[in-house]
Design a protein. Structure first.
Length: 403
């Protein structure tokens, strides 16, 4: 393994055997066959197939993909929970997997005692835990309750303490799985900041998550998995764009009640530019385009695009609800034109919906089918930017209204 590589994954595959129930027949022989599995047909399923990648020392790498893409399987193999069917995984130095915070806590032990217990399980020496004890307690914000059994902790205190212990480790390779979503919003930001600090100190980080906002903040390089294989490996923003334009529209995130219409793309364009982007600036002139496939003509429908902030709150909606339209059979685009993007800087999740006037439930509803990074452009303090005009006038001038 190259001296500059901390993690090397070489042609790794993982096979599972899935049992399908078969008719076992009647009588005593049939019942015995059913009891001992003789009536089950075995089928091979390759969750991961011939995956290869290297993670260099000090690099932060994200892994994203739709449900069933193979992320959990590669996570289990990297952390040593399971072994590959084929191929090899090499790790230089100590790898620590932060998968489920607080999973090693004993409910009858105090917070202080669980720090030593959990820290030892994660590979810290007692002297190391002693030196970091005050930092762990202060980071978790549980100093007043540190000598209380953790069974009396709230769920928020429990996960904060669990993350705080793991966040004070200094392994060579840190493996993360959705753990930056613990606690309330303020603590989530604190967790992300801690991971960024560890990354900036030179720690190698592998982050497997559905949270594209967190992946973009933490990782400089990202792998996109699809059906057990790597389909993209490169810059994180480009990886998210690839994910948005392909795999996510084939994922199990559809909630519509009809197969007659399918949203196949959600894209954003800077005014005058032919290529779609996944990052814009407040105040930019923007076109938002939804791509549809209709198997048959639909009359009197409306479409909506929801912009959801990182806290899960709806921040903005683009809608044709006030003007219903007919959607012919075939492939079409619906385009929203925004003279000035009014959203504040942040990373937004996009939900897309198509609804018929005749049905109370959406025909098509995609949750989290795309994301949009809004960067600082025009000065903004608050929830959104509001286009306006202004001038300086005399205090004695009468108020005038233009029509």
């Amino acid at each position: 393994m190259d001296a500059n590589v901390d993690l090397a994954v070489n042609k790794v595959s993982k096979r599972y055997r899935i049992a399908h129930e078969q008719a076992a027949g009647g009588g005593l022989a049939g019942r015995l066959r059913q009891m001992f599995g003789g009536g089950a047909k075995q089928e091979e399923f390759w969750a991961v197939r011939e995956v290869s990648f290297n993670v260099h020392s000090g690099e932060s790498v994200g892994i994203i993909g739709h449900n069933g893409a193979g992320k959990s399987t590669i996570l289990k193999m990297l952390s040593g929970i399971t072994t590959p069917t084929e191929g090899s995984i090499q790790v230089r130095g100590r790898l620590t997997a932060l998968l489920e915070v607080g999973s090693g806590f004993h409910p009858e032990l105090t917070g202080r005692e669980n720090i030593f217990l959990s820290g030892s399980i994660l590979g810290m020496r007692r002297r190391e835990i002693h030196s970091k004890l005050d930092g762990i307690i202060d980071f978790a914000g549980v100093r007043d309750f540190i000598d209380v059994p953790v069974k009396r902790y709230s769920s928020g205190m429990y996960v904060r303490l669990g993350f705080s212990i793991a966040a004070h480790l200094h392994p060579d390779v840190l493996l993360l799985d959705e753990v930056l979503a613990v606690g309330d919003m303020a603590f989530q930001q604190k967790c992300q900041q801690r991971i960024l600090e560890l990354r900036d100190q030179g720690m190698t980080v592998v982050f497997i998550s559905h949270d594209l906002q967190a992946v973009e903040r933490v990782c400089t390089r990202t792998l996109v998995f699809d059906h057990g294989r790597i389909v993209f490996d490169g810059n994180t923003r480009d990886a998210i764009t690839h994910y948005n334009s392909s795999g996510r529209f084939n994922a199990s995130d559809r909630k519509g009640v009809s197969d007659k219409v399918r949203i196949q793309s959600v894209e954003f364009f800077e005014e005058g530019q032919p290529q779609p982007v996944n990052h814009l600036c407040t105040g930019d002139a923007v076109r938002a385009r939804l791509g549809f496939q209709c198997d048959e003509a639909l009359g009197r429908v409306f479409a909506e695009l929801y912009f959801v902030g990182p806290d899960g709150q709806l921040q903005c909606t683009l809608s044709t609800r006030e003007k219903l339209f007919d959607l012919p059979a075939g492939r079409h685009h619906l385009e929203f034109v925004l003279p000035q993007l009014a959203l504040r800087p942040d990373l937004y999740r996009l939900d897309a919906v198509v609804t018929s006037e005749r049905s109370p439930d959406p025909l098509e509803w995609l949750v989290g089918c795309a994301s949009l990074q809004v960067n600082p452009g025009r000065y903004l303090s608050g929830v959104f930017f509001h286009p306006n005009q202004w001038s300086v006038i005399s205090a004695d001038a009468p108020v005038s209204f233009r029509r």
